[in-house]
Design a protein around this ligand. Structure first.
Ligand code: PMP
Length: 349
C-alpha cells in the first residue's frame, strides 16, 4: 500500500542461478571470469590495514579516476566511477531522462536497460537485430528516441559493432549514445569507442571491472563522458558510492595491465576452441567477440540440454524469450571446465 503502482507492476531483473559453489559446480551462466583477479589484488588485501575501514572512502574515487583517465589520455573530469556499471546506468536515467521520454536499444540485449527505464517511467523501444543478430544502427537512430543504449559487444550475442559504424551513428544522431563496453577487452583493441569521447559530447562509454578484471564481487564500473555530464552524475550519486576497499582493489587491478592481457588472451583462445568444438558437435554458434558464446543446438532442444547439464552441476544460461528461444549462452571458463562441458554435450548428442 505504500508502494507506487509503477513499481508494483515492475518486472524485476532476473540474474542467472547462483548455485552454492563447491568443487563439483561449473558455473558458466553469468559471464564471470574463470581466473582469479591480479595477484596485486591479493597482495593488497593481505597487507591491508583494516583500521582504515572506520573512515568513509574518498567520495569521488579521485585516485581511481585519475589512473583510468591517464590511461585513455583524458583529463580526470571525463571520468566517473560507480558501484558497478549497473549503478551508472541508473544514474544516467536520473540525469538524462524525464518521465515519458523514450530510449531505444537493440533486441536482444542486456535486459537491465529496460528494467531501469521502467523504474524511471521512461519508455523503451526495442529495435530488432537483423536475422543474423547484427545491430541496425540506422534503425536505432531513426526511432527519434532521446537516447540509445548499445552494448558492444552485444550482450547475449557477443557480436561486435565496428568503430566506423559507431562513429557514423554519432555523426547523424545527437541524442545520448551509451556504448556499454562491459565485454570489450575480449574484442580486438581497436574496437573501443573510448577514443571518440573527447570528440562527441553526446557519447558515454561504460566499462566494468566485473568481466576482464575478474572483480565482479567488488562492484566497480566507470564511464568516460564529457565533463558536463560527469558533473551532473556527481550531483546524483550516493555520497560515498564506491567503497574504500573497492577503490583500492580496482586501482591495483587496473595497474596490472600485463595480467589483464594474459587472462584475456587465454579466454579468447579458449573461446575460439570452444566455438569450433561446438560447431563440430552440430551447434550453430554466433562468432562472439566476448567471453561467452550464444549457440543453438541442432540435436535436441536447448532447454533439455540446459536441464541435462544442470543435473550434472554445470550451469549455463537459457533464456525463454522470442529471439533467444532454443539457444544457450555459455560463458567461457577454464580449458578444464570447457572439456567437462564438451564431454557432457557429446554424451547428450
Ligand atoms: N553491461 C552489460 C552488457 C552486462 O552484461 C553487465 C553484466 N551483467 C553489466 C553491464 C553490469 O556490469 P557491472 O557488474 O559492472 O554492474
Amino acid at each position: 500500500m505504500y508502494i507506487k503502482q509503477s513499481i508494483e507492476q515492475l518486472a524485476p531483473y532476473v540474474p542467472g542461478i547462483q548455485p552454492q559453489m563447491d568443487g563439483h559446480v561449473i558455473k558458466i551462466n553469468a559471464n564471470e571470469n574463470p581466473y582469479p583477479p591480479s595477484p596485486q589484488v591479493q597482495q593488497l588485501l593481505s597487507g591491508f590495514d583494516f583500521a582504515q575501514l572506520r573512515y568513509y572512502p574518498d567520495a569521488t574515487s579521485q585516485r581511481l579516476r585519475k589512473l583510468i583517465a591517464a590511461h585513455y589520455q583524458l583529463s580526470s573530469d571525463h571520468l566517473f566511477c560507480g558501484n558497478g556499471s549497473d549503478e551508472i546506468i541508473s544514474y544516467l536515467f536520473q540525469v538524462c531522462f524525464e518521465e515519458q521520454d523514450t530510449i531505444a536499444t537493440p533486441y536482444p540485449t542486456y535486459t537491465l536497460y529496460k528494467t531501469i527505464a521502467d523504474i524511471h517511467r521512461v519508455h523503451t523501444v526495442y529495435v530488432p537485430t537483423r536475422d543474423d543478430f547484427t545491430i541496425d544502427t540506422q534503425a536505432l537512430a531513426q526511432t527519434g528516441a532521446k537516447g540509445l543504449f548499445i552494448a558492444n559487444p552485444n550482450a547475449q550475442t557477443g557480436l561486435l559493432l565496428s568503430l566506423t559504424e559507431i562513429e557514423e551513428l554519432l555523426k547523424q544522431y545527437d541524442g545520448l549514445v551509451v556504448i556499454d563496453e562491459a565485454y570489450i577487452e575480449f574484442a580486438p583493441a581497436t574496437a573501443s569507442a573510448c577514443e571518440l569521447v573527447a570528440r562527441y559530447p553526446n557519447l558515454v562509454v561504460l566499462r566494468t571491472f566485473s568481466k576482464s578484471y575478474s572483480l565482479c564481487g567488488i562492484r566497480v564500473g566507470y564511464s568516460l563522458a564529457n565533463p558536463v555530464l560527469v558533473h551532473a552524475l556527481d550531483k546524483c550519486r550516493d555520497s560515498y558510492n564506491v567503497s574504500h576497499l573497492s577503490q583500492l582493489l580496482a586501482e591495483a587491478a587496473f595497474e596490472d595491465q600485463a595480467y589483464l592481457q594474459s587472462t584475456v588472451k587465454k579466454i579468447v583462445a579458449t573461446r575460439e576452441r570452444v566455438t569450433a568444438a561446438l560447431t563440430d558437435l552440430g551447434f550453430e554458434v554466433l562468432p562472439s567477440e566476448a567471453n561467452f558464446v550464444l549457440c543453438k543446438p541442432v540435436h535436441g532442444s536447448a532447454i533439455d540440454i540446459y536441464e541435462f547439464l544442470k543435473a550434472r552441476h554445470v550451469y549455463v544460461r537459457y533464456f525463454d524469450s522470442p529471439r533467444l528461444s532454443d539457444k544457450l549462452r555459455i560463458t567461457i571458463g577454464t580449458d578444464a571446465e570447457m572439456d567437462v562441458l564438451l564431454k557432457y554435450l557429446h554424451e547428450f548428442t
